[in-house]
Design a protein around this ligand. Structure first.
Ligand code: G1P
Length: 306
């Protein structure tokens, strides 16, 4: 039993962050989209903090050209810290030095070519070796105020050795935007057993409306399939295809999310995330609220004039 626990321990997370961020141009012309800020923290920091809170201690960030600024963000800023210390700016000093807990480790590796999410994940295989691992897609910010679903999924893997993905129901007309679960039994205890996955199916071809959102806890077997994967949907190496094979070999769960999620890969989702987190901040919220109400009111008036 002790050995089994060791075998199933999930301590590493892969964070794919090599995307070009074309939807946010020109903001992402010279800056990675993962460094866009939601209130006062870059998107990538939300991903690392959520993983850390789920017990992950090693993060493998898959980067590409022009992403070195992410490494600087998580580094200790000697000169800045020294200046802030001398000026007695202790709150600011804490904000820059507490970006990463001291027992967290970050590794960076480049994807080189944009061959798909499956390829990006496989770039970390030399570090994960034969261990299970989490995957955190930083575009999705998950609110962990009430629970941290990744922590639940890690616990589930450590208990059962079964891989899982976070899932959400979507309207049928949206299935072509997501990996979709092929469900093999009833949902029990928020677990939807899956016998397979289909990447971005048209509504008429979708086996369900349970969509994969950006959190995964995956068995080592996935790296084996990714090593020999051939291009799938959109000509890319798809993580979904490896998950499909593993689901048939080892079983798989969709873990039904109860958390608020913001798709920060999209301009609307990104603005919503900013407003949501700003309204959680006791200093910002009281000043932002009248402005938001006023803007909503002006928008209503413009709509009724039309
Ligand atoms: C990726 C995955 C897809 C998943 C989605 C979640 O797609 O390929 O299966 O549902 O992330 O955000 P992408 O959004 O990168 O196109």
């Amino acid at each position: 039993m002790g050995n089994q626990n060791v075998k199933h321990k999930v301590t590493k997370a892969i964070i794919p962050a090599a995307g070009l961020g074309t939807r946010f141009l020109p903001a992402t012309k010279a800056m990675p989209k993962e460094m866009l800020t939601v209130v006062n923290k870059p998107i990538i920091q939300y991903a690392v903090e959520e993983g850390y809170a789920a017990g992950i201690r090693e993060f493998i960030i898959i980067t590409g050209r022009g992403k070195a600024v992410m490494e600087n963000h998580f580094d200790h800023p000697y000169e800045l810290a020294d200046t802030l210390q001398k000026r007695g700016k202790m709150a600011e000093l804490e904000a820059v030095t507490n970006v990463l807990p001291s027992d967290a480790r970050l590794y960076y590796t480049r994807q080189g070519q944009p061959l798909g999410l499956g390829h990006a994940v496989h770039c970390a295989s030399a570090i994960t070796q034969d261990e299970p691992f989490a995957v955190i897609l930083p575009d999705d910010i998950i609110c962990t105020g009430t629970e941290n679903p990744l922590a639940e999924m890690v616990k589930m893997y450590e208990e059962t050795g079964t891989s899982s993905v976070l899932v959400e129901e979507v309207p049928m007309e949206k299935t072509a935007n997501y990996g979709i679960l092929d469900v093999s039994g009833a949902v029990e205890n928020r677990r939807a057993p899956a016998k397979g996955f289909v990447e971005k199916p048209k509504p008429e071809e979708a086996p369900s409306n349970l969509s994969v959102i950006g959190r995964y806890v995956l068995s080592p077997r996935h790296m084996h399939h990714l090593a020999t994967a051939t291009p799938g949907k959109g000509g890319e190496i798809q993580l979904t295809d490896a998950m499909h094979k593993v689901a048939q070999e080892e079983g798989f769960y969709g873990f039904v999310s109860q958390s608020k999620r913001f798709d920060c890969g999209d301009k609307v989702g990104f603005q919503m995330a900013n407003l949501y987190f700003a309204m959680q901040d006791p200093f910002i919220a009281p000043r932002l609220q009248p402005f938001l109400l006023q803007q909503a009111d002006q928008f209503d008036r413009r709509q009724t004039k039309r």
